[in-house]
Design a protein around this ligand. Structure first.
Ligand code: SF4
Length: 241
């Protein structure tokens, strides 16, 4: 087995693969990923529309694959309910990845409602660190990133080495549009978060997600009032992309 902290392919090979898979279906990239990395490839989802598409694809390709979500203990009740519906509907079991730092302990150490004062620190504690630990020893991470989600994501490749976690990152829907995703959900009659019909195109933690006006970036309601558009788990690959 390759050293999980070393790129398994030279950068030019990954770039060529990324260009090639941009002309093929997300299913083909996922199949290549499972053939290449086996059980060491994991899908992460926040139960957004893209994540539901990928969960559906993975459930048909490799039903025993690891599909995880980052549980900050601050997700919307509707998100937890959707998780349960998807498990029932698709026959998958989501792996909960979380911090050992309880909300009470976080408040004791960093003050109450850290997300109101220092959301970068809060995201680092509740998302980045648990993800870093979870991806140790894995070789590939599948995400639902899409180029049309925000200007910050406009350069997302389909495949890239992610040095911050020592894994190959696969973004099979990078070149899909929001319309592509919603058409897929409709075609397969898949459940989705009812809050998307109430002005929340992108959902994260409850205290940091607001509804967005029509026509705004899909992620404009995340950390409204702060100069922050990403939680930090994806930033390194964007900047490298
Ligand atoms: S999205 Fe908000 S509440 Fe959730 S981890 Fe980040 S700062 Fe904390």
């Amino acid at each position: 087995m390759n050293d999980p902290k070393q790129p398994p392919f030279p950068p030019e090979t990954l770039r060529a693969l990324s260009d090639d898979f941009a002309r093929r279906s997300p299913r083909e990239l996922l199949r290549w990923g499972f053939d290449t990395f086996g059980d060491d490839m994991v899908l992460g989802t926040g139960f957004g529309p893209s994540g539901i598409v990928l969960t559906h694809l993975v459930a048909t390709l490799k039903p025993d694959a690891t599909i995880f979500y980052l549980d900050t203990d601050l997700l919307f009740p509707e998100t937890y309910a959707l998780r349960d519906r998807l498990e029932e509907r698709l026959g998958v079991t989501f792996t909960r990845v979380t911090t050992e730092l309880s909300l009470d302990e976080q408040a004791r150490r960093h003050g109450p409602e850290l997300w109101r004062r220092d959301p970068d620190r809060c995201c680092f504690l509740r998302k980045v660190l648990p993800l870093r630990r979870f991806l140790e020893g894995r070789r590939a991470w599948v995400t639902g990133l899409r180029r049309d989600q925000s200007t910050a994501r406009a350069g997302v490749p389909l495949l890239a080495w992610e040095p911050a976690y020592g894994v190959v990152k696969l973004n099979p829907l990078a070149h899909w549009t929001s319309e592509d995703v919603w058409s897929y959900l409709q075609l397969h009659d898949l459940p989705y978060n009812p809050l998307h019909d109430r002005g929340y195109p992108s959902l994260g933690c409850l205290p940091c997600t607001a509804p967005v006006p029509e026509g705004a970036d899909e992620r404009a309601g995340r950390w409204a009032g702060f100069d922050k558009t990403e939680c930090g788990i994806h930033v390194p690959s964007h900047q490298a992309a």
